[in-house]
Design a protein around this ligand. Structure first.
Ligand SMILES: Nc1ncnc2c1ncn2[C@@H]1O[C@H](COP(=O)(O)OP(=O)(O)O)[C@@H](O)[C@H]1O
Ligand SMILES: [Mg+2]
Length: 368
């Protein structure tokens, strides 16, 4: 019999999307086949402490971590051993073959955790450091799209310092794009800190609000009559796109409220689009994915002008919502890959990517 694959599933985390991570990870933990995988649960608290033990998910859900052990993964290449604190010493728990980070947002999806996993030399699901951090940063992401002649929305980026010292000039430059304008923190998610601004006083407030959440702020032209189209992409060097889906937000736009609270947004799968447009969007999704050197998975989000059908790439999410009813797995289900098969495939892709990276020479030996 083949040895089981030791999978470490990491959930929770320090970002505002801790609760979304709990929901995504519950669905993933439920389908990992115990005949194939030996699963170790690793929970990260809001404060950033790592815990492992029996049923970490249940303990986190109950808000009761007393029965768990503090966990440590060392940033050194070796066997990717997960350790647990026992009194003053560290005891090995398991040598991990692959880690599945089910963390959304800052410190999980933005390349920071991925950097640590690179140092530990362990395979992990999803994008590497570069794609994770570019995917998280709306400003840099748009620059990469523009550099590749991929359609994205006109925007300007300002530093918090500029906003504090030269707000008049920031407002004037922004207004050249014409209202309505969106003010956004460069690094955030879940629509946090985002305001749609219809005039100067709203823009002022919106920029100040965005500056609470990041030191870099985007002011962006509004896509009129925006339809929200999303495509799931899966793969490493040969990524494939699902068919596109559409979100009908229950609000004026897809706000935090519409995403998580009011529950009045609808998913349309597939998105009702002319076939040629649908194909164009899928092709753009794969091009955007390749442009940031993404791996494993990403959901590529578009805004499409409902009247002119002009297409704009809005953002990529390298660890998209992953509950059974989330757009990412739903789109694959509609494209013929079940939720369970998708999770298996992501683990395979993580191992394949690690094997490929291991072929890279790390030291140059003169004459060798
Ligand atoms: N330029 C824009 N034009 C029209 N609507 C936008 C624009 N930018 C953002 N929105 C609306 O705001 C929502 C959240 O913005 P987004 O950039 O996707 O941030 P987040 O990372 O928080 O999802 C979008 O889903 C869309 O409804
Ligand atoms: Mg979005």
């Amino acid at each position: 019999m083949e040895r089981k694959i030791n999978v470490g599933v990491i959930f929770g985390g320090r970002s505002g999307e801790h609760e979304v991570s709990m929901m995504s990870s519950r669905s993933i933990l439920a389908v990992l086949d115990p005949a194939r995988y030996a699963v170790t649960q690793i929970g990260i608290t809001h404060q950033g402490e790592w815990f492992t033990g029996e049923d970490v998910w249940g303990a986190f859900d109950a808000g009761w971590v007393d029965g768990l052990s503090r966990a440590v993964l060392l940033p050194e290449p070796g066997r990717a051993t997960l350790y647990a604190h026992k009194g003053d010493s560290l005891e090995p728990v398991v040598d991990l073959d692959v880690i599945f980070p089910v963390l959304h947002g800052t410190f999980g999806e933005d390349g920071t955790l991925q950097g640590m996993l690179e140092l530990a030399d362990v395979a992990y699901v999803g994008a590497g450091v570069l794609a994770s951090s570019v995917g998280m940063d709306k400003a840099l992401f748009k620059d990469v799209m523009r550099a590749n002649s991929l359609p994205t929305i006109e925007s300007l980026t300002f530093l918090r310092g500029q906003i504090e010292s030269q707000m008049d000039s920031v407002l004037e430059q922004s207004e050249t794009m014409g209202y309505p304008l969106f003010a956004k923190p460069a690094n955030m998610g879940s629509s946090v800190g985002i305001t749609k601004c219809h005039g100067r006083s709203e823009l002022y407030e919106g920029i100040m609000e965005a500056a609470r959440f990041d030191r870099r702020i985007l002011v962006e032209k509004s896509v009129p009559n925006a339809r929200e189209i999303e495509v799931s992409v899966l793969g490493n060097d040969q990524p494939a796109a699902s068919l596109p889906g559409e979100i009908l937000p229950g609000d004026e736009y897809y706000s935090y409220e519409a995403k998580y609270i009011s529950d009045n947004s609808q998913l349309l799968i597939p998105a009702p689009l002319p076939e040629a447009l649908s194909e164009q969007i899928c092709s753009l999704a794969v091009q955007a994915y390749r442009a940031i050197d993404c791996a494993g998975l990403a959901r590529v989000d578009f805004l499409v002008d409902a009247v002119t059908l002009e297409v704009f790439i809005n953002e990529v999410n390298t660890i998209p919502g992953f509950t059974r009813i989330s757009m990412y797995p739903k789109l694959w289900e509609a494209s013929g890959i079940s939720y369970r098969d998708l999770v298996d495939r992501l683990i395979e892709l993580a191992l394949e990517r690690k094997a490929d990276r291991d072929r890279t020479e790390r030291r140059f030996r003169r004459g060798a």
